[in-house]
Every structure is written in C-alpha cells, then in structure tokens.
Write a protein that binds this ligand. Sequence first.
Ligand SMILES: Nc1nc2c(ncn2[C@@H]2O[C@H](COP(=O)(O)OP(=O)(O)OP(=O)(O)O)[C@@H](O)[C@H]2O)c(=O)[nH]1
Ligand SMILES: [Mg+2]
Length: 285
Amino acid sequence: MASHTPAERFRGADLTRVADRARRTLGDDVMILHTRTIRDGGVPMVEVLAAPSTAIDRVRARLEPAPLPSPIRVAGDRPYCIALVGPTGAGKTTTAAKLAVRRGTFGAARGGLLTIDTYRVGGMEQLATYADLAAIPFEVVYDAREVDAAMKRLTETCDVLIVDTPGRSPASAELTERWRSLLDAIAPDEVHLVLPASLRADLAIDIGRAYRATRAHCGATHLLLSKLDEVPRETGVTDLALSLDLPARWITDGQDVPADLKPGVPRLLRSWGLAADAEPDWLPA
Ligand SMILES: Nc1nc2c(ncn2[C@@H]2O[C@H](COP(=O)(O)OP(=O)(O)OP(=O)(O)O)[C@@H](O)[C@H]2O)c(=O)[nH]1
Ligand SMILES: [Mg+2]
C-alpha cells in the first residue's frame, strides 16, 4: 500500500541548514513536526521531521468527524445512538463501556448502554458490571420487537446511548442477519467500525467495505481504531485510518476502562510518521 504520509525526515550537522533543506524540498509552507539529536556512527546529528502544512490540513480534513450535535439531543427526543460494530475481539464491548462510563465524553449529557450481543458468554455481564459501577442505565435487547420499549425507558434516563453488537464472524451468516435486523430497528445515528490498529491494511479495507455496503442503519459511518498501544511506535496507524476513508472520532490505547479512550484526530496526527519518543505537543490537541 502506498504511504499517505508526506512527512519526511532530514538530517544534517546543524538545525538551520536542515530546516532550510526541508523548506527547499517541501515548499515554503513546511511545518517542522519534530526535531531531535541522533548519533550517526557516533557523530551527533540533527534530525528534523517535516511536512507541508497543506498536507497536514488535508489529513485532518479527511479524518475529522462532524461535531456531535449540541445539545446532543433535543429534550423529549430519543437518546443520540452510537453503535459499535466490528470483527470478533476488536474491542467493541470494552470501548462501549469506556464511552458510556467516562464522565465528560459527551459534556454533561447522561450516558447509557444497550447491548444486542446476547451470544457471547460473559459479554453482557461485562457491560452490566460497568453500568452498575457507574450507575448508568443498561438494557439488553434480544428481539427487534423489544426495541421500542427499551428506547422508551432509555429516553427517560439518558441522552446518549452506546450500543454494543456481537463480533461478526463470516461463518455465521444467520446470526449476522439477526443482529443486523436488530441494529436496523435501533437505527443508530452513528455506526463506528471498531478495528484493531494492528490489522493488516488490505484486510481492514475489505472489512471496511463489507461493513459500509450494508443496509441503511448498519453501514459504518466512522472508524474507531482500537489497541493503538499494541502497535510499536504506532507506525502506519494513520495510514490505516486514511485508507479506510472514514472519520475517526475516537481511538483506544489500552485495556483500562474508561481511561484508555482518546479523541481520534489529534492522536492520529501525532502518530503520523512520528517516533514514540516524539514530543506529544507538536500539534495543538
Ligand atoms: N491492549 C488493548 N487491549 C484492548 C483494547 N480494547 C480492548 N482490549 C482488549 O481486547 C480484548 C477483547 O475486547 P472486547 O471489548 O471484549 O472485544 P469485542 O470486540 O467486544 O469482542 P467480541 O464481543 O467477542 O466480538 C479484551 O481483552 C480487552 O481488554 C485496547 O485499546 N488495547
Ligand atoms: Mg463484545
């Protein structure tokens, strides 16, 4: 896969000359992303990571999601629904818990959880425990006919609803069809495709295609890369996000609920071509 990263590294004996070379190569709008001193065969050198600022703007524009509605729901309307879909073990349930439990993810709006994953042993209990600890509403729906009643109850108790779904195994077409009809009945406002950041790009593109080309309410609208902590130096993570061509509202980078959930774009821009030892403040969050 061609890299989408237009950031380039320049090395030399002194910073002024290296920065000049970066400007001559990449143009006057060059932005220095990171500088560090390295040793090349024992000789100290300056290394500069630079990219044209228009390229950075382009990446940002492709990954930036539309802002959440404000207020997130009009009084009396049903809660704003965010569903998480994706392959088995991608991190959907953990991420659902993080989103619903973390205070401030949605400002002052009250979070709630709903699961349609009644297949996975322990999945429901996992979410129920988090909901219990955080004292937020939790509903399980087994059948499309139960959706209305569940939504009515949730309308009283929460403003944003996070919907967990079962992992989709290509071998279980019948189960897949069942949860898709359920998700259709829920009609989420956003459907986040949760994919591990370590997934091979060609597989991610195939999976993305499969999840996007579906019925109205099941099609993925956003990408949520999980497990960034499992990718050494986060190499290639931003390229993966760009190849899926979906906006990225959040990423996850660890198993801790709710701490390991971060806004997507600032983090993806930071991962973009930068080594792990880079200063984290090179772009405003
Ligand atoms: N390192 C790391 N592990 C994570 C992250 N998110 C989830 N996990 C772990 O990944 C495993 C699977 O997470 P789940 O949330 O159960 O995944 P799921 O997509 O709901 O799985 P199914 O319901 O079986 O499809 C668990 O051990 C989680 O703790 C993350 O950001 N980083
Ligand atoms: Mg799950």
